[in-house]
Write a protein that binds this ligand. Structure first.
Ligand SMILES: Cc1cc2nc3c(=O)[nH]c(=O)nc-3n(C[C@H](O)[C@H](O)[C@H](O)COP(=O)(O)O)c2cc1C
Length: 405
């Protein structure tokens, strides 16, 4: 029985809007389609903050295009009637070989965006990694998804007292894995953000007002929520700032391997080092007893002209495979990208923008749709490749397009 509220024009309008969004989501057949929906809903500055990379964005483009350097080599007449995408990620069985990579400020893409994404991750049976720079605090997310596999991403902060407080809070809130990101001593030169004068909260300027007003779906949510750096609030460090300023004030560019070793000692659970591209750095991580590395260039947002994550992956797997779990993120927008990463030795992959396009398009339902698309692509590609389970995926499944037979 529909309640009285549903007779009100407001709720009728809401239901109508929800049906419209659902229709659009069902029409979306790829992550690229979801990106288009996000483009239509977000103001330019917010879209660019997600979409953009550093400097000439060469590394950003490479992340995606380097997957084309590898081709999948199918085997036929394999019984693929019974398939499983299950994978063990740092000791826990997951439904899929992927996790949500940490993405700061998700709460400005959709109201309460971190909670929406974490709920979708929980439903899908994959880990959600919360950023230090989230809008929702780590306690808010823990309360919202008590049974989800929660990972917490930490940056080195100048204020070590505050950094230790964050570590304690993450442990108390039962985050299972600590992901320490080490590729952000300062912010890469993100020219789109500088041009758009992107700040938190968004500072309305004459030049951008019309654009914001043309995105009422986003604007109404943004006016109701209060975008801020949720994990810094009680430290008195929240405020009106650009991302580059926030990072310059808060993050510690002097952090070195001794500091990484200190964090390793402090954190009792499994730990991942995120943002490595060099095999010797991966070896150093293993020597410190770190259980996992994320091969990553921060989605092309830090050092431009650094290699694509998938290009750096094979050397890191050769250096430390078997001693630590190797993950990769950057440019993953297809089920076949996930397959290629696994074939090259990754245990799992991280989703950054692919998940954010779903979130920005339609909140929790949009993330569900992004995951559904990737699940279907992964499942059908596994069948066509002749690998019914993730454990069947091996180096023999890919060939380099540059090697002639
Ligand atoms: C909007 C946005 C915010 C991000 N914030 C963080 C962050 O707070 N911490 C972090 O370690 N990485 C952050 N990243 C990098 C992602 O964790 C991940 O490495 C990257 O998005 C992977 O590339 P992809 O977007 O092509 O999948 C961010 C990326 C984006 C797009």
């Amino acid at each position: 029985m529909p309640g009285f509220a549903s007779c009100l024009p407001g709720s009728g309008m809401k239901a109508l809007l929800a049906r419209r969004i659902d229709r659009k989501l069902q029409k979306a057949q790829s992550i690229a389609d979801l990106r288009q929906l996000a483009y239509a809903r977000l103001p330019r500055a917010v879209f660019d903050f997600i979409d953009g990379g550093a400097a000439s964005e060469r590394t950003l483009r490479e992340n995606a295009s380097a997957f084309d350097d590898w081709l999948l080599m199918p085997r036929v007449a394999v019984d693929v009637s019974d398939r499983s995408t299950q994978t063990l990620l740092l000791g826990k069985q997951m439904r899929f070989p992927f996790l949500f990579s940490p993405t700061g400020l998700s709460g400005i893409f959709w109201p309460n965006g971190e909670v929406a994404a974490a709920r979708a991750a929980e439903r899908a049976g994959v880990p959600y990694c919360l950023s230090t720079n989230s809008v929702a605090s780590l306690e808010d997310v823990a309360r919202a998804v008590p049974d989800g596999d929660r990972w917490f991403q930490l940056y080195f902060l100048r204020d070590r007292g505050w950094m230790n407080t964050l570590l304690d809070r993450a442990a108390r809130a039962d985050y299972r894995v600590l992901c320490l990101t080490v590729d952000l001593p300062l912010t890469g030169r993100r020219e789109r953000d500088a041009r758009n004068a992107f700040t938190i909260p968004l500072r309305p300027r004459l030049a951008t007002l019309a654009n914001m007003a043309s995105r009422p779906g986003w604007l109404v949510g943004a006016l109701k929520s209060q975008p801020r750096f949720g994990n810094f609030e009680s430290n008195g460090k929240s405020g009106f700032t650009s991302v580059a300023q926030h990072v310059a004030t808060m993050m510690d560019p002097s952090a070195n391997w001794d500091d990484i070793a200190c964090v390793r000692e402090q954190w009792r659970g499994p730990m991942m080092l995120k943002g490595l591209l060099h095999p010797e750095d991966a070896e150093k991580a293993v020597a410190l007893g770190i259980e996992a590395v994320m091969v990553s260039n921060h989605g092309g947002r830090q050092l431009d002209q650094s290699p694509a994550a998938v290009t750096a992956l094979p050397a890191i797997v050769a250096a430390i495979g078997g001693q630590a779990e190797v993950f990769i993120d950057g440019g993953i927008s297809r089920g076949t990208d996930i397959l290629k990463a696994l074939a090259l030795g990754a245990r799992g992959v991280g989703l950054g923008r692919s998940m954010l396009w779903g979130l920005s398009a339609a909140g929790e339902r949009g993330v569900d749709r992004a995951l559904e698309i990737l699940e279907q692509e992964l499942d059908s590609s596994m069948a066509l490749l002749g690998t019914p389970s993730t454990s069947d995926i091996s180096r023999a499944c890919v060939i380099s397009r540059f090697v002639s037979s």
